[in-house]
Design a protein around this ligand. Structure first.
Ligand code: MN
Length: 747
């Protein structure tokens, strides 16, 4: 083998080089790169060959084989053209006479910047002292943030170096292997590069734990034939059922990689692993995944607790699949993954594959820029960076590095759904809750961080998953102000107190009621639980809320007293009380007493939509007779008292007919919430006249405005109670139209 040749034709005819070149050429064709792209790759390859001249690797092979194999890995990952060219050129800046200017002239800025990034990364070691490690990690993160493709080249570089590690000194092998396992395999995993991750892990494992590696290799080899026969049997019985169900699927036995077996061996009892066979089913459509699952669970008994639906809930690196473990023939366990072709590509090739699908091919010409929104890409990246830390050793140091320099005074946390939120450092679940939505903050009762219950003043950390528990009657507490970090949460809490001076209202409410009732009457009502009953009927959490509502003006004393009467607590119209309870000074018609509705020409006010059972008032309007309002309709306040007349529903009206009433249901905006509300209404056999749903995406809430037909206030109230009892309902209230009242007023 001629290792030296003329200065123009380095290593011409070297078999190892020829082999590497033809593998790259084949990969380009197999991955559908076009002629123009292939020509550009050839140009970069020639450039690299010239640059590395007669350099040799430790193995004795021509150096240029290394960048060619790195490029081949990148081609197999479906990378774009600049990345592949950068792969070929990734070592020229460091080891050869080539300058940045030369690369830019021949291949452009984009390729240069990737090569430059990789060159800088190479100077970073992750096996040094901890402080240096953290600092280096920071640099790595910055490089990733600058251009993701730098990492792809770096990972391909590392993968090829790992596969030729045997040529290095033993100490160096261990050092590089450890670094691979600690930093690069997790990095590959975070970018969804399942193939790269497994290969890196297995190679590192081989050098770090050679004995364990050999042992597992032995186990796998010894059982190969029996395992393969077993799988054949399993697959045949599955295929038969799939054919019967008219489902076409690829079913293959799948080799688990050694490092994952090793990890399992350490976690499980050793015997279990020997039995374990793994199968992958690949179908065309997502729905078929579930069909296949159904067939499998019908055919074999699934192990409880082992089913995982990563389709509905993808992993953070976008991995999707259904996982299940079955008791196969002869009581042996079989692990099954079910996924679509696209999911499979993403599981193996990560983001690259994702973009390939999304953008209609990454391997377009370099002039065709990828149409990836920069912001969302960066957003995704930051998210990945943060998630990544968990996989790294001495996470504290890394975290510090991230926090101090990269995101100096902000942290990133996630909702259970995986939405990313950016909060000031030192934030608590309360800050998070208010950040998500004011009402969620106001109703925050408890919180879980990473599925563990925490106190509300718990300081959140980067990457935490925060889940807020709300309760309808929960409300801010003044001590929250002592620990919330964000100014927005602080001002929202203060606002709430401004709006809900609860204690004050409670006192005010009591005072208001004592204007109409004596203290003894109130005490007695409390003792008898009358207020509790009323609270239930008007949809309040407890009797205390009645006083708070009175104090804040949500209820008026007339309503409360009417209810007390309805509960049989106050006999007949409490004379002295009735006169004082009116919110506006309605003069009782001295001559005729209360008019019955039946005897009046009337229509119902659209603003307050009075219902039988409610205290009502008629407003004389020219030509229309009386317009009937609720006694407490705020639109009556400015009217001339002479036009008002107290009206009674009369027996007949009460007994017959349906009345329109409109409710405003404020709720958390989630899928199916409107359906839940509407189902609840029809469950109660109440007719729906109209529904409007207004979503407010920035607020994460929706307003469902629904008009229903009810016979009386009590039906409406029980309906409001049932809707209120649904999860994710923030508030149910009657809709009051103010403009309409003004029109009537002028009528
Ligand atoms: Mn290299």
């Amino acid at each position: 083998m001629p290792l030296q040749s003329s200065s123009e034709e380095y290593f011409e005819g070297c078999p190892a080089l020829l082999e590497a070149q033809s593998v790259l050429a084949e990969a380009l064709i197999n991955n559908d790169y076009n002629q123009k792209q292939i020509a550009e790759v050839q140009k970069a390859q020639d450039f690299a060959r010239k640059a590395h001249k007669n350099q040799l690797r430790k193995s004795g092979d021509p150096y240029v084989i290394h960048p060619i194999e790195v490029a081949t890995i990148l081609v197999d990952l479906g990378c774009d053209l600049p990345t592949i060219c950068a792969g070929l050129l990734h070592d020229v800046l460091e080891d050869t006479a080539v300058t940045t200017v030369m690369i830019e002239e021949s291949f452009g800025k984009e390729v240069l910047s990737i090569v430059d990034g990789v060159t800088k990364l190479k100077k970073i070691s992750f096996v040094s002292k901890r402080q240096v490690q953290a600092e280096n990690f920071r640099k790595l993160l910055l490089a990733i943030a600058a251009d993701l493709r730098v990492v792809l080249v770096k990972l391909a570089d590392r993968l090829h170096n790992m596969s030729t590690l045997e040529h290095l000194a033993p100490a160096k092998r261990l050092e590089i292997s450890q670094e691979t396992l600690d930093v690069f395999a997790p990095l590959a995993n975070r970018f969804g590069l399942g193939v790269v991750k497994s290969r890196l892990e297995d190679l590192a494992f081989k050098y770090l734990h050679p004995e364990d590696y050999l042992r597992i290799e032995g186990i796998v080899k010894d059982n190969r034939q029996a395992r393969e026969e077993y799988l054949k049997e399993f697959i045949a019985s599955l295929q038969k059922r799939l054919t019967e169900a008219n489902l076409s699927a690829d079913v293959v036995g799948r080799a688990k990689h050694f490092y994952s077996i090793y990890n399992k061996l350490q976690r499980l009892q050793t015997e279990q692993i020997y039995d374990l066979s793994a199968v992958r089913v690949v179908v065309d459509k997502e729905s078929q995944c579930y069909e296949v699952l159904g067939i499998l669970h019908d055919l074999f008994t699934p192990i409880p607790g082992r089913f995982k639906d990563f389709i509905a809930l993808p992993k953070s690196n976008m991995y999707q699949s259904l996982h299940t473990t079955l008791i196969g023939p002869r009581e042996k366990l079989v692990e099954v993954q079910i996924r679509t072709r696209e999911m499979h590509e993403i599981a193996e090739f990560g983001l690259a594959a994702h973009w390939k699908y999304k953008e209609g091919g990454l391997n377009a010409l370099s002039s065709q820029k990828q149409h990836i929104d920069y912001d969302s890409k960066l957003h995704l990246l930051k998210k990945r960076l943060i998630e990544m830390k968990d996989d790294l050793p001495d996470a504290g140091d890394y975290r510090k590095a991230i926090e101090i320099d990269l995101f100096a005074d902000e942290i990133f946390v996630f909702s259970p759904k995986g939405d990313l939120y950016n909060l000031p450092r030192g934030s608590t679940p309360i800050d998070f809750a208010f950040y998500v939505h004011t009402e969620i903050g106001n109703r925050c009762q408890g919180a879980k961080v990473n599925e563990r219950q925490v106190t509300l003043d718990h300081q959140l950390k980067n990457g935490d998953i925060v889940e807020i528990h709300t309760a309808k009657n929960a409300h801010p507490s003044s001590d929250w102000l002592s620990f919330v970090r964000s100014s927005s949460a602080r001002s929202k809490i203060k606002n709430w107190f401004k709006k809900n001076r609860r204690e004050q209202y409670l006192q005010d409410g009591l005072n208001i009621l004592t204007e109409s009732l004596s203290r003894q009457q109130i005490d007695e009502a409390l003792k008898k639980g009358i207020f509790k009953i009323i609270a239930q009927k008007v949809g309040l959490a407890n009797e205390e809320e009645i006083f708070v509502s009175l104090g804040s003006g949500k209820l008026n004393s007339a309503q409360v007293i009417n209810r007390m009467r309805a509960e049989g607590f106050l006999q007949a119209p409490a004379k002295s009380a009735a006169e004082e309870e009116k919110p506006f000074k309605l003069k009782r018609s001295t001559n005729s007493g209360i008019q019955s509705l039946k005897s009046l020409l009337h229509s119902f006010a659209k603003c307050c939509q009075p219902l039988p059972g409610e205290h009502i008032v008629g407003v004389i309007s020219r030509g229309k007779g009386f317009v009937i309002h609720r006694f407490d309709c705020s639109n009556l306040e400015s009217l001339d008292q002479k036009r008002l007349i107290e009206v009674d529903w009369g027996e007949k009206e009460k007994a017959s007919g349906l009345f329109a009433s409109t409710l405003d249901v404020e709720c958390v905006d989630r899928i199916g919430i409107s359906r839940d509300v509407l189902n609840k209404i029809s469950d109660l056999k109440i007719n729906i006249l109209d529904v409007r749903v207004l979503t407010r995406p920035t607020k994460h809430t929706a307003l469902i405005r629904v008009s229903v037909e009810v016979p009386s206030i009590s039906t409406l109230e029980s309906l409001m109670g049932s809707i209120n009892a649904l999860t994710d309902i923030i508030e149910v209230k009657r809709f009051v139209l103010k403009a309409m009242a003004r029109k009537e007023r002028s009528a």
